[in-house]
Design a protein around this ligand. Structure first.
Ligand SMILES: *[C@@H]1O[C@H](CO)[C@@H](O)[C@H](O)[C@H]1NC(C)=O
Ligand SMILES: *[C@@H]1O[C@H](CO)[C@@H](O)[C@H](O)[C@H]1NC(C)=O
Ligand SMILES: *[C@@H]1O[C@H](CO)[C@@H](O)[C@H](O)[C@H]1NC(C)=O
Ligand SMILES: *[C@@H]1O[C@H](CO)[C@@H](O)[C@H](O)[C@H]1NC(C)=O
Ligand SMILES: *[C@@H]1O[C@H](CO)[C@@H](O)[C@H](O)[C@H]1NC(C)=O
Ligand SMILES: CC(=O)N[C@H]1CO[C@H](CO)[C@@H](O)[C@@H]1O
Length: 480
């Protein structure tokens, strides 16, 4: 029995989020994985619908200063949330005597309201519902913490944190509920919904540099040709025989290349390509080895999740996260990572109609990304918030969906962490490269640890100031 339990502990399932970040499987990468449950309202916008579902959350109180410590809400995004990751927020929590708490995003992981992921069942999956979840949870958790410490009428200073889509939620939470949080950190936050997101591919080319970019473009040309001649043989070379749709396959290849820059491992991709080029070796084969050994191997991406046949599957399972994120993409934010018309790295067959057809195919007629509505609702990069720190990594293709300029008059600074392997969220919370995770976000392996430290010092300055100014009830620590 004991042996079995131990085995289960040592071989946890891999979890990747829909932007392919591989969450660590090692339990030591988490401060806690002890699960708590909360009854959440299914539809916050209907006065008649009172259905509820169970939402999973975690708390970590070891650093909490009971007398006047803040509460740090780490927002989970488009993946299962298996615990509170021991990243740079741990350092911040120690420094500020904060309680750490984390709520799983509705529909992802174990916080799923229905038995299947049919398009009908997904109608309550949106960022707007998710923000309301956070607000309701914030009130619930404050009360439950007060009850735990036998105190009443205490409203702690809260601060929210998130990376990527969860980074956008962090910014939007402060925008929509400024009376519930003192400020927010929005790391690599994709606050601007974009329909034709061709800047993504352009940034991949820029991050690669001229030599590596040229090699990737040559590979794309060769792959496009070989796909027409003998697609079966080509796909098998990449260990992707199961992917029947050619553009699904091309998307896998484009993502595999982008991920090297997005997550701070550019040399793993570019060094062998430049070497192969120099020695006049087979570029496609070299790239295929990278895709198999690194992207699908060490990094842990799954070929299956690119296959539309798989994405149509409405059963709930380890890999339904991809279908769920596609639903958000196909309804709210698009981020269609299309090939630019000129000088693209990825195949020009990855275009808008491919994305629209995918949305139709896996969710049915009538599904369309309301990008303009999303940007009207939140403001995009013209977000009218305050006390939000935006941060981005210089090599990250997603930075073009974030807010890259400061608005000092509104207390919304923006920082870019510049270094050779500074990617998506890597800079602030997860270290470089961010997979495998470096505990407490140690920046020792970033090519410029000083660039990271500088931005971190700014973050501490802002948190300190905004907690001290926190006036949603007129005081820093409210004893009513
Ligand atoms: C969810 O899907 C099931 C079938 O899988 C269906 O019976 C049910 O009515 C759906 N619920 C909602 C709220 O759409
Ligand atoms: C809270 O109060 C209960 C009952 O009065 C007591 O048993 C418990 O130890 C108290 N807890 C704390 C943290 O003070
Ligand atoms: C997106 O790009 C396509 C092809 O380049 C173009 O036809 C379309 O008008 C663009 N749509 C938007 C909303 O920019
Ligand atoms: C296309 O890209 C190339 C290489 O970056 C550049 O030199 C050229 O000016 C671009 N052409 C157009 C029409 O933008
Ligand atoms: C830095 O990289 C080395 C070699 O991969 C590794 O052993 C070490 O743990 C890394 N350090 C951090 C802080 O990530
Ligand atoms: C605040 C900041 O660092 N802004 C920079 C963001 O990135 C753009 C493009 O690289 C720069 O021009 C800004 O100065």
């Amino acid at each position: 029995m004991a042996a079995l339990v131990l085995l289960l502990l040592l071989s946890p399932v891999l979890v990747t989020d829909a932007k392919r970040f591989r969450l660590p499987s090692d339990p030591r990468a988490y401060l806690t994985q002890e699960v708590h449950w909360f009854n959440q309202k299914l539809d916050h916008f209907s006065p008649k619908d009172h259905r509820q579902f169970k939402q999973r959350y975690y708390e970590f109180l070891d650093y909490y200063d009971i007398s006047n410590g803040p509460i740090f809400l780490k927002i989970c995004g488009e993946s299962a949330c298996p615990g509170i990751i021991n990243d740079y927020t741990t350092v911040l929590a120690k420094k500020f005597g904060a309680a750490l708490v984390s709520l799983e995003h509705r529909y992802y992981g174990k916080s799923y309201p229905f038995k299947r992921t049919t398009a009908d069942n997904l109608s309550y999956l949106s960022s707007k519902q998710a923000l309301f979840d956070l607000a309701v949870f914030r009130q619930y958790y404050q009360e439950s913490l007060n009850a735990k410490y036998n105190r009443s009428n205490v409203d702690s200073p809260w601060f929210t944190f998130g990376i990527s889509y969860a980074g956008a939620l962090s910014a939007w939470f402060r925008l929509k509920f400024p009376h519930l949080t003192c400020g927010s950190l929005a790391s690599s936050a994709v606050v601007l919904a974009i329909y034709n997101f061709s800047e993504f591919d352009q940034q991949v080319g820029d991050s690669a540099g001229p030599g590596c970019k040229a090699a990737l473009q040559e590979i794309t040309k060769l792959v496009d040709q070989q796909l027409l001649l003998d697609g079966v043989a080509l796909k098998s070379k990449f260990g992707a025989s199961m992917v029947k749709n050619d553009v699904d396959f091309l998307y896998l290849l484009a993502d595999a290349a982008a991920i090297a820059f997005q997550y701070g491992n550019p040399d793993v991709l570019c060094s062998p390509l430049l070497e192969a080029k120099k020695l006049n070796e087979n570029l496609v084969e070299t790239f295929a080895n990278y895709v198999k050994d690194y992207y699908c191997g060490k990094f842990g991406a799954s070929v299956e999740t690119y296959d539309q046949q798989h994405l149509k599957n409405t059963a709930i399972g380890e890999k339904s996260g991809d279908r769920l994120w596609w639903f958000q993409v196909c309804t709210e934010v698009a981020f269609f990572q299309v090939a630019p018309t000129n000088d693209s790295v990825r195949s020009s067959r990855i275009d808008v109609s491919y994305h629209l057809e995918l949305c139709r195919n896996i969710f049915g007629e009538g599904i369309y990304p309301e990008v303009d509505m999303t940007n009207i609702y939140y403001g995009g990069t013209r977000i009218a918030g305050s006390k939000i720190i935006f941060t981005n990594g210089s090599q990250d293709p997603w930075r073009h969906a974030s807010k890259q300029t400061s608005s000092p008059e509104k207390d919304m600074p923006s920082y870019i962490v510049e270094c050779h392997n500074c990617g998506h969220g890597t800079d602030l919370k997860r270290g470089c490269p961010q997979s495998p995770l470096s505990i407490e976000g140690d920046a020792g392996n970033c090519t410029s640890p000083e660039a990271v430290q500088k931005v971190r010092a700014k973050i501490i300055e802002h948190i300190d100031l905004w907690l001290s100014e926190c006036d949603y009830e007129g005081h820093r620590f409210i004893q009513r």
